[in-house]
Design a protein around this ligand. Sequence first.
Ligand SMILES: [Zn+2]
Length: 96
Amino acid sequence: MKPNANDIKRAINPPDYYRVALPDVPLKRIGWNDGGLCPFHGDNERGSFRVNTQTGGFKCFSCGAAGGDVIAFEQKRHGLTFPEALEKLAREWWLT
Ligand SMILES: [Zn+2]
Protein backbone atom coordinates (compact mmCIF):
# COMPACT_ATOMS: atom_id res chain seq x y z
CA MET A 1 0.00 0.00 0.00
CA LYS A 2 1.25 3.46 -0.87
CA PRO A 3 1.85 5.64 2.16
CA ASN A 4 -0.14 8.86 2.20
CA ALA A 5 0.92 12.21 3.64
CA ASN A 6 -0.27 11.34 7.15
CA ASP A 7 1.61 8.05 7.11
CA ILE A 8 4.76 9.85 6.03
CA LYS A 9 4.42 12.50 8.71
CA ARG A 10 3.83 9.87 11.37
CA ALA A 11 6.84 7.84 10.23
CA ILE A 12 9.37 10.65 9.89
CA ASN A 13 10.31 12.53 13.00
CA PRO A 14 11.20 16.11 11.90
CA PRO A 15 14.47 16.28 13.92
CA ASP A 16 15.62 13.02 12.29
CA TYR A 17 14.68 14.33 8.87
CA TYR A 18 16.54 17.60 9.34
CA ARG A 19 19.61 15.87 10.78
CA VAL A 20 19.93 14.22 7.37
CA ALA A 21 18.74 17.14 5.22
CA LEU A 22 20.82 19.74 7.09
CA PRO A 23 23.72 17.71 8.49
CA ASP A 24 25.73 20.72 9.65
CA VAL A 25 22.98 22.22 11.73
CA PRO A 26 22.53 21.23 15.37
CA LEU A 27 18.81 21.39 16.21
CA LYS A 28 18.64 21.51 19.97
CA ARG A 29 15.38 23.14 20.85
CA ILE A 30 11.84 21.93 20.76
CA GLY A 31 10.06 24.08 18.19
CA TRP A 32 11.79 26.72 16.08
CA ASN A 33 15.58 26.46 15.66
CA ASP A 34 18.25 28.30 13.74
CA GLY A 35 18.39 26.30 10.51
CA GLY A 36 21.82 27.52 9.43
CA LEU A 37 22.31 28.78 5.90
CA CYS A 38 19.11 28.84 3.87
CA PRO A 39 19.19 26.16 1.18
CA PHE A 40 16.77 28.12 -0.99
CA HIS A 41 18.78 31.23 -1.81
CA GLY A 42 22.43 32.21 -2.06
CA ASP A 43 22.71 32.61 1.69
CA ASN A 44 26.08 33.52 3.15
CA GLU A 45 25.10 34.60 6.62
CA ARG A 46 23.24 32.56 9.19
CA GLY A 47 20.25 33.92 10.98
CA SER A 48 17.37 34.09 8.56
CA PHE A 49 16.51 30.43 8.10
CA ARG A 50 14.49 28.56 10.73
CA VAL A 51 13.20 25.03 11.02
CA ASN A 52 10.65 23.67 13.46
CA THR A 53 11.48 20.35 15.10
CA GLN A 54 7.90 19.73 16.16
CA THR A 55 6.02 20.39 12.93
CA GLY A 56 8.82 20.05 10.38
CA GLY A 57 7.94 23.53 9.14
CA PHE A 58 10.59 25.89 7.78
CA LYS A 59 10.83 29.58 7.04
CA CYS A 60 13.39 31.95 5.59
CA PHE A 61 12.98 35.59 6.55
CA SER A 62 15.32 36.61 3.76
CA CYS A 63 13.96 34.93 0.60
CA GLY A 64 10.51 34.03 1.90
CA ALA A 65 10.81 30.28 1.38
CA ALA A 66 8.39 28.58 3.75
CA GLY A 67 6.45 25.41 4.30
CA GLY A 68 4.58 23.58 6.98
CA ASP A 69 6.20 20.15 7.10
CA VAL A 70 9.03 17.94 5.87
CA ILE A 71 7.07 17.04 2.73
CA ALA A 72 6.97 20.71 1.77
CA PHE A 73 10.73 20.97 2.43
CA GLU A 74 11.44 17.91 0.32
CA GLN A 75 9.31 19.28 -2.52
CA LYS A 76 10.96 22.66 -2.52
CA ARG A 77 14.48 21.35 -2.01
CA HIS A 78 14.30 18.90 -4.88
CA GLY A 79 11.74 20.58 -7.15
CA LEU A 80 9.21 17.79 -6.76
CA THR A 81 5.45 17.61 -6.99
CA PHE A 82 3.61 16.58 -3.84
CA PRO A 83 3.16 12.92 -4.96
CA GLU A 84 6.80 12.75 -6.05
CA ALA A 85 7.93 14.03 -2.66
CA LEU A 86 5.78 11.42 -0.88
CA GLU A 87 7.27 8.71 -3.01
CA LYS A 88 10.85 9.83 -2.45
CA LEU A 89 10.38 10.13 1.30
CA ALA A 90 8.69 6.75 1.47
CA ARG A 91 11.56 5.22 -0.46
CA GLU A 92 14.30 6.83 1.60
CA TRP A 93 12.75 6.54 5.04
CA TRP A 94 10.60 3.51 4.81
CA LEU A 95 10.06 0.34 2.89
CA THR A 96 8.16 0.38 -0.35
ZN1 LIG B 1 16.22 31.85 1.98
